[in-house]
Write a protein that binds this ligand. Structure first.
Ligand code: NAP
Length: 375
């Protein structure tokens, strides 16, 4: 039985028009009693949460702009890590009380499909089925563990499964300071590729360089217009252009990045952090502000433009997950990759945490710590 008295959880009371509106109006922190273990099943595991990621998908789910729409009131927190405080008898051969664990966000929590969807990580406690429980990799902190699977599985899926990145190739990573961007820098270096990291902040890019990027290029705007960077990228690639673009940003950066490619390059559509309002708010369907493709550049440069939705591709073909998960966990347990977490907040500071992530102030990951005050 848990020993901590009353816990807390974040609740989203209704879907907002935008994540910003959600932060202003629909987020509250409320008391939470530890779940009654007598009501839990034989394969259930009760986790006291030490750290939960504040991810981009968590934010856009609050306005129903993500493809998987939650039903409010709900508790966000796709990925979390903590300590096992109770487990059912059928889980006992695999999981012990006191184990340090992380929870697979595809099998439990708000991104999952079944009955465990209601247990989000922005809370003192959550319940997950035994199959969703994984040990925290060797030497990793809870903060790092809850930033591992989503970000690094995305980087693996995009760069390796879709992009077929090979040693010696050059990849241009847009938004390289962000969560999936920095994961891509790490994964690309692990497979022996050359990385050119892009971003708007010299200070954040200095941290990305310290994480392994071979080159960093700062983008800037003059009177609201992006200053072209094609010549800089061409100079860094001996005039040839890059073999891959990893694009989690979108907008004018996407367009200019296509001009930086070698003929026949692969362009990985990872996300659109710069144009988050392509979909309707409040869970409405349709994409009134859909991003637009520059077909002339795609055609004349012989580009392969590859959509890379990690979760949707996995739902379509579940067999792609096992090798991906095995590789990410092997790298993690061997100490070859370690998520960087730049910001930690108490659960009571959740709105500040969300704003920090939304404003792009994070380098790597951002977490909330439901059962402790950050040092
Ligand atoms: N394909 C998938 O399966 C998958 C999985 C997870 C996430 N995603 C998507 O990937 C995208 C990034 O997610 P994330 O968690 O990495 O977000 P993030 O941590 O906020 O990083 C995004 C980065 O993009 C840059 N950026 C943001 N707004 C920009 C703008 N207006 N102009 C230029 N650069 C801008 C920022 O870098 P600088 O400040 O350094 O410029 C920021 O660090 C999101 O669209 C998310 O939905 C896709």
């Amino acid at each position: 039985m848990p020993t901590t008295p009353t816990g807390r959880r974040v609740v989203v009371s209704e879907l907002a028009e935008t994540p910003v509106e959600a932060m202003e109006k629909f987020i509250r922190v409320e008391p939470m009693d530890p779940p009654d273990v007598n009501a839990l099943g034989p394969r259930d595991v009760l986790v006291r949460i030490e750290s939960a990621s504040v991810g981009w998908v968590d934010l856009i789910m609050t306005s129903g702009q993500y493809q998987h729409v939650p039903s409010p009131p709900y508790t966000p927190g796709l990925e979390y890590a903590g300590v096992v405080v109770w487990r059912g008898e059928e889980a006992a051969n695999k999981i012990s009380i006191g184990n340090r664990v992380m929870v697979d966000g595809l099998l439990a929590g708000p991104r999952s499909l079944g009955e465990y969807r209601r247990w989000g990580g922005w809370a003192s406690y959550a319940v997950a089925p035994a199959e969703a429980i994984l040990p925290v990799p060797t030497g990793m902190s809870f903060d790092e563990a809850c930033n591992l699977l989503g970000n690094y599985e995305t980087a693996y899926h995009c760069l390796l499964a879709r992009g077929r990145l090979r040693a010696g190739e050059t990849v241009l990573v847009l938004g390289a300071s962000g969560s999936v961007g920095l994961a891509a820098v790490h994964v690309a270096k692990l497979v022996g590729a050359k990385v050119i990291a892009m971003g708007r902040s010299e200070a954040k890019l200095a941290e990305v360089a310290a994480e392994g990027a071979d080159h960093v290029v700062v983008t800037r705007k003059e009177e609201g217009v992006l200053v072209p960077f094609r010549d800089q990228i061409k100079a860094l690639t001996g005039g040839r252009g890059v073999d891959l673009v990893y694009d989690g940003v979108g907008g004018d950066l996407s367009l200019e990045s296509l001009r930086c490619t070698a003929f026949g390059a692969r362009v990985l559509i990872v996300g659109w952090a710069a144009t988050p309002y392509v979909a309707k708010g409040k869970g409405g369907r349709g994409a009134p502000n859909a991003n637009v493709l520059p077909t002339n550049l795609i055609m004349m440069k012989g580009l392969d433009v590859l959509g890379c939705p990690t979760v949707l591709s996995t739902v379509q073909d579940p067999s792609i997950r096992a090798p991906r998960l095995a590789q990410v966990l092997e790298w993690a347990n061997a100490g070859k990759l370690r998520p960087r977490v730049s910001h930690r907040f108490a659960l009571s500071e959740i709105v500040e945490a969300m704003k920090t992530k939304w404003n792009g102030d994070v380098v790597g990951g951002c977490v909330v710590t439901p059962n402790s005050e950050p040092a």
